[in-house]
Write a protein that binds this ligand. Structure first.
Ligand code: ADP
Ligand code: MG
Length: 747
């Protein structure tokens, strides 16, 4: 079937031409927006700023909200902040002079009166709004000093209106037939343009070949969800009786249908990735476990049941010929490091190298210390690689890795930069993965691949995180991974007692530090400083790197605090650690603190992950209201590691925002990382929690992982059915919703 479409000619003269197009070969996802009436090349450029390039993009560009212009509301029934159509007679029209010249027009309809306020108006407009004229207005209702008002409403004078005895407009002049959508817009793209485009796109979608329905009828029937086209038509043009509140919050079945399809597409892309990994090869790591045994025998503690179970799951994976893709979740302090070390030993004993990557230099150094302490007695060479290493040291390290002399590499992301080569990499451990983001995780997987006789061989991957991932997120963002949970803390830990105090009580807090240190306890004093212009708690929690300037300011704040605390507490031995110190300086301070040569460690949030000093039992966090929940939980996890009772004082600078209050309350109320993650998800939303906003993965257009949680359990089932019975639809679904992003998954 042939259809006539309006298209921009290829010579780009800008004048739209009509020509025939073979619609069989064109689907809406490859049809440019210029195929729609009213969208020329200039408009296409502006639409591209909204991410709208194809007709399909326009169809999935959904309204942010709706206006009800389908009925005229009696003025007497208006409430503040309603958006409504009203209609009435002008009773008074006057120009008020004052600080600002304005036109005030009072309109009444028999049920009540309202004031229209205009700051910009022409003489013609003023004359048009004379007493006795009947107008219809649309606008937002506000509370004015004397009566309800609309500021700059859209309005139309209704000529020849007949009023009845009560002052109501007699003639019933047509109103809109559907709720009016309000779309996300941008400069140069007006709402009426977006409305016209979406109407045209809906028409195209409804005619042959249109927009393909990709969800099988049995799924739609089971979930009671409408077909794709009906859903889109409803969301773009809801009927006058549509449940507006439901639509505004996105819970209408038509919207849920679209969200479901989107979540399903994301889930499927990760499932395919998982299948692909399972079909690929990895070195089979067979080892009797001699090295593991030796390390376990040298430890001053026995593994917890949870640690044993998880290491068992890991070893089972490592013995397979397909690469392990395992996520280990364990709350702060649950003992993930030793589990990683045991996995590393298994790989080494099997004759392969292992790499352990941490998100910060400080944590990587801690790992280096632990691994050296644990593995050096086993006669293993451990290489250290960080970004700040001088050329010569780096060169020798690279040689040891390339020759296979070094069995283990510990470091930051520098481990996987250009020029780093391993003789036989068998295992990659990524610690505190939440700091890296999904995109980096997937990229890393490709970096470790080694080619042998033209065939790719992937190293096994062990991914560890202390940020528990709620199941809802795991289903969509981590569906390519197997998961293990260390759900038990080592014995003898007492929960950290957390108190929240305003910084007006700083002096008392300082006394508390004095008292604690006098009895031989050690304490952390954490300084936070985030640029005022930043959105609260966002900068350092989202997994991105802190901007340079902010880091400098933070270090400065910590240095100042250390000076002031030294004045207030002259009898204490105080150390300072922050991101601007040289690696060796940091290591020196940390070692002194660990050895008990310092009483108080003043620090920036660099100590957030991994720092492990069991004798430290008091932590003060300044400006705690500025940090995110996950970050606060991580920081607090630095105490409560020994047997004695630990405390954490969250000091805030008032007044607290609502979110700030909720975060601090959550911390005071619970020590459970999973509970904290759940609350974090509700407060911040999944983009922030996953740290994916910057990395570009998991960009959801329609679905919302918090709002649409109820859909998630149904997704796995639907995915199963599609993969089994409709595999040809799977790539179509993925490219419809992920487009470019699907590249990361290499599906
Ligand atoms: P995280 O899971 O936060 O990375 P770590 O691996 O740093 O936790 O472990 C925290 C502390 O607990 C370390 O001092 C570690 O040596 C200790 N630890 C680990 N496992 C056990 C255990 N089974 N019994 C006692 N202490 C343990
Ligand atoms: Mg750790």
């Amino acid at each position: 079937m042939k259809r006539i479409l309006q298209q921009t000619p290829p010579n780009g003269t800008g004048c739209a031409a009509i020509f025939e197009m073979d619609s069989k070969n064109t689907t809406l996802d490859s049809l440019p927006v210029t195929a729609l009436k009213g969208a020329g090349p200039r408009m296409a450029e502006r639409l591209a700023r909204l991410g709208l390039r194809t007709v399909q993009d326009v169809l999935f560009h959904l309204p942010l909200r709706y206006q009800d212009r389908t009925r005229v509301v009696p003025i007497g029934a208006l409430r503040v902040s309603d958006e409504a159509v009203i209609q009435g007679e002008v009773q008074l029209s006057e120009i008020k002079l004052g600080r600002r010249r304005m036109l005030l027009v009072r309109v009444a309809d028999g049920s009540g009166g309202i004031l229209l306020r205009f700051f910009h108006f022409s003489a013609q407009q003023q004359a048009g709004l004379a007493r006795g004229v009947v107008v219809r207005c649309f606008g937002e209702v506000r509370a004015g000093p004397a009566m309800l008002e609309m500021v700059h409403p859209e309005y139309r004078v209704i000529a020849d209106a007949v009023l009845d005895a009560q002052g109501r407009v007699g003639a019933d002049i047509a109103v809109d037939e559907c709720l009016t959508p309000v779309y996300p817009a941008t400069e140069g793209v007006q709402q009426y343009t977006l409305r016209a485009l979406s109407s045209a796109a809906l028409d195209l979608a409804a005619s042959e070949p249109g927009l393909q329905e990709l969800l099988p009828a049995e799924i739609l029937a089971r979930l009671k969800l409408p077909p794709l086209l009906d859903a889109l038509a409803y969301v773009h043009r809801p009927p006058p009786d549509a449940p507006l509140a439901m639509l505004q919050e996105g819970s209408h079945p038509a919207q849920q249908r679209l969200a479901f399809e989107e979540l399903l597409a994301h889930h499927l892309s990760l499932r395919l990735l998982r299948n692909k990994m399972q079909a690929s090869r990895a070195p089979q790591l067979n080892a009797p476990g001699r090295l593991m045994r030796t390390l376990l025998d040298s430890l001053p503690f026995a593994l917890t049941g949870a640690q044993q179970r998880v290491i068992g799951e890991i070893v089972r994976d490592l013995r397979r010929t397909s690469p392990m893709q395992r996520l280990v979740q364990g709350d702060v302090g649950s003992g993930k490091t030793i589990v990683a070390a045991l996995a590393v030993l298994h790989a080494v004993e099997a004759g392969f190298q292992a790499a352990v990557m941490a998100p910060t230099e400080l944590l990587a150094e801690q790992h280096l210390q632990n691994f050296t302490r644990w593995l050096a007695p086993l006669d293993l060479d451990i290489a250290w690689l960080s970004g700040k290493q001088p050329g010569k040291a780096r060169r020798t390290t690279l040689e040891r890795l390339a020759s296979g002399q070094a069995a283990v590499a510990v470091g930051t992301h520098a481990l996987f930069q250009e020029g780093v080569e391993f003789a036989s990499l068998g295992l990659i451990v990524v610690d505190e993965q939440h700091r890296f983001g999904v995109h980096q995780r997937l990229a890393l997987r490709e970096k470790g691949v080694q080619y042998e006789h033209g065939q790719g061989r992937y190293p096994h991957q062990l991914i560890m995180t202390a940020t528990p991932i709620p199941r809802t997120l795991a289903m969509t963002a981590y569906a390519d991974l197997d998961s293990s949970i260390i759900d038990e803390l080592p014995p003898g830990r007492t929960p950290v007692e957390t108190v929240v105090v305003p910084d007006t009580r700083r002096a008392e807090v300082v006394e508390r530090v004095r008292g604690a240190c006098r009895t031989g306890r050690q304490a952390y004093w954490v300084c936070t400083l985030i640029e005022e212009s930043d959105v609260q708690g966002r900068t350092s929690v989202a997994g991105g790197r802190m901007p340079e300037a902010t880091e400098t300011l933070q270090c400065q704040a910590a240095a100042d605090t250390a000076v002031r605390l030294a004045e207030a507490l002259p009898e204490l031995r105080i150390g300072l650690v922050h991101g601007r110190l040289k690696a060796s300086e940091k290591a020196q301070v940390m070692a002194a603190f660990k050895a008990g040569e310092l009483d108080l460690l003043v620090a920036t949030t660099v100590i957030e992950v991994g720092v492990d000093v069991p004798n430290a039992s008091l932590m003060i966090i300044e400006n705690a209201e500025r940090l995110g929940l996950a970050q606060l939980h991580q920081l607090r996890g630095r105490v409560g590691r020994g047997a004695q009772k630990s405390s954490c004082i969250l000091m805030y600078h008032g007044p607290l925002s609502r979110d700030g209050r909720a975060r601090l309350a959550a911390l005071r109320e619970t020590n459970d990382g999973f509970e904290i993650a759940r609350r974090d998800l509700a407060l911040r939303g999944p983009g922030e929690v996953l740290g994916t906003r910057q990395s570009g993965m998991l960009q959801l257009h329609i679905a919302d992982l918090v709002r649409d949680q109820a859909l998630i359990p149904k997704i796995e089932q639907a995915a199963e059915l599609l993969l089994q019975h409709y595999p040809e639809r799977v790539p179509l679904l993925i490219s419809r919703w992920l487009g470019e992003a699907a590249r990361y998954g290499e599906v």
